[in-house]
Ligand binder design. Structure first.
Ligand SMILES: C[S@@+](CC[C@H](N)C(=O)[O-])C[C@H]1O[C@@H](n2cnc3c(N)ncnc32)[C@H](O)[C@@H]1O
Length: 368
C-alpha cells in the first residue's frame, strides 16, 4: 500500500465516473476513456497518484469527441491528503467544501468529522452535484451537497470551523471569512493571474480579517467566473506590435517563468497579467503575457543559444516592461521564495501581501 492509500480511508474508485478524460498528444486536447470499453486503462488511471479528469468544457463535450479544457477532476490523492492535513480538520467540526466534483473529498471530510460533525459541499455544476450525491449515498456518507456558486459560501450551514476550496481562487471571497468562526481556518489554492497557485492557509481573526502564509505551489483549475482569459492576437496585430529586445538572457527568462524562482513575485507585483509558455520545437519558446481587460499583450520569442530575444508589445499596458521591472524588484529584494510570503484579507476585502511578517515594510495591496 502506498502512503496516500493509508491516509485516505475512502476508496477513490467508488467516486470516479465510468467516463474519464486523458490528454491526447495527437489532438492537443482530451479524449475519453470509458470503463466499459477499457476497464484496465480506467483502473490504472484511478489507482495512480495523479488527478483524474472527470469533465471537460463544462460538460459540453460528449464522450468520443475531443475536449479542450478540463472543468472537473478528482484531485491527486497525495495532494488531497496534504490539503486535509493542512486544514487540520477534527472530529465534530463543521466544514464547508467548495468544489464537490466527484464527492470523494466530501466523503473523506465526512469520515474525519465523524457523526458529531457536519459537512456541506457546494458544486456549481448541477450534473456533477447530482452524480456526487448519488456516489456519496451509495458509499454511506451524508454530507449536504448544494448546487450553488461556492464563492458565495453556503450561509445556511454557517458558522464553519473549516473551509476548504478544491479549485483555485484569485480573490478569497469575503463570504468564506464571514461564514467562518474566529480562530477557524480556510485552506485554498490561491494565486494571481500570472502563474501557479500557492496552497494558502488563512486563520480568521476576531476583527473579520484573515491572514496566513502562502505554501507550496500547485496547479488547480480555477473556480468558474475567476478563470484566466488570454488574448490571441491576429498575425496582423502581432506584426504591428512595438518591438524591442530583452536585456535578460535565457537563464533570467527561466526565472521569470518559474514559480519557485521569480514568477510568484512577478505575479504579486504585476496585476492582471496572465503568463503562457509554449515550446514550439526544441529551439524555440514563446513566452506571452496577456491582460484581456485592457487588451494588452506582449511576447518574448526565445531562441536556444541566443543572448537576447525579440519582444513585441501591444495595447495600453507595456506588459513586458512591467514584468522586467518586477523581475528587477525580485533581485533587489534578495530573491524571496514563496515560503517568505503571506496574505492578509482585510475586512473590506482588500488583499495585502507581505514578506516575512504582516507588519513588514515590504507589504502592498493587490488591486483585485
Ligand atoms: C478539482 S475539482 C474538485 C475535486 C473534488 N473535491 C473531488 O473530490 O472530486 C473542482 C470543482 O470545482 C467546481 N467549481 C468550479 N467553480 C465553482 C464554484 N464557483 N462553486 C462551486 N464549485 C465550483 C468544478 O465544477 C469542479 O467540479
Amino acid at each position: 500500500m502506498t502512503e496516500w492509500r493509508e491516509r485516505l480511508p475512502v476508496p477513490r474508485e467508488r467516486f470516479i465516473p465510468a467516463v474519464v478524460w486523458v490528454e491526447d498528444p495527437t489532438s492537443d486536447g482530451f479524449t475519453s476513456v470509458t470503463r466499459e470499453d477499457d476497464e484496465t486503462r480506467w483502473r490504472a488511471l484511478v489507482e495512480q497518484d495523479e488527478p483524474v479528469v472527470t469533465q471537460v468544457d463544462d460538460g459540453q463535450t460528449r464522450p468520443g469527441e475531443v475536449g479542450l479544457q478540463p472543468s472537473s477532476s478528482c484531485s491527486q490523492p497525495s495532494l488531497v491528503a496534504a490539503m486535509l492535513d493542512h486544514l487540520d480538520v477534527r472530529e465534530g467540526h463543521r466544514v464547508l467544501e467548495i468544489g464537490t466534483g466527484t464527492g470523494w473529498n466530501a466523503a473523506l471530510l465526512s469520515e474525519r468529522v465523524g457523526k458529531g460533525g457536519h459537512v456541506v459541499s457546494v458544486e456549481v455544476d448541477p450534473v456533477l452535484a447530482d452524480t456526487a450525491r448519488r456516489a456519496l449515498t451509495r458509499a454511506g456518507h451524508r454530507p449536504v451537497v448544494a448546487t450553488a456558486d461556492g464563492t458565495e459560501g453556503y450561509p445556511p450551514g454557517a458558522p464553519y470551523d473549516r473551509v476548504i476550496c478544491t479549485a483555485s481562487v484569485r480573490r478569497v471571497p469575503r463570504s468564506w471569512i464571514d461564514q467562518t468562526r474566529p480562530g477557524g481556518v480556510i485552506v485554498s489554492p490561491w494565486g494571481t493571474d500570472y502563474g501557479d497557485d500557492a496552497l494558502t492557509r488563512l486563520e480568521v481573526h476576531e476583527d473579520g480579517s484573515a491572514a496566513g502564509r502562502l505554501g507550496v505551489s500547485l496547479a488547480f483549475m480555477r473556480v468558474r467566473h475567476q478563470r484566466r482569459v488570454y488574448l490571441d492576437p491576429t498575425d496582423d496585430e502581432a506584426r504591428e506590435a512595438d518591438r524591442s529586445v530583452t536585456t535578460l538572457g535565457g537563464r533570467e527568462l527561466f526565472e521569470v517563468t518559474a514559480f519557485p524562482r521569480a514568477a510568484l513575485t512577478i505575479g504579486l507585483r504585476v496585476p492582471s497579467c496572465y503568463l503562457t509558455v509554449e515550446d514550439l520545437d526544441d529551439d524555440h519558446r514563446m513566452i506571452e503575457f496577456h491582460d484581456a481587460g485592457s487588451r494588452s499583450w506582449a511576447r518574448v520569442a526565445m531562441v536556444r543559444g541566443a543572448d537576447a530575444f525579440e519582444v513585441r508589445q501591444r495595447g495600453p499596458r507595456r506588459l513586458w516592461d512591467e514584468v522586467d521591472a518586477a523581475y528587477s524588484w525580485w533581485l533587489d529584494a534578495g530573491k524571496p521564495t514563496s515560503d517568505r510570503y503571506g496574505l492578509t484579507v482585510q475586512q473590506d476585502g482588500t488583499h495585502d501581501v507581505w514578506l516575512d511578517a504582516p507588519d513588514s515594510q515590504l507589504r502592498w495591496s493587490l488591486g483585485l
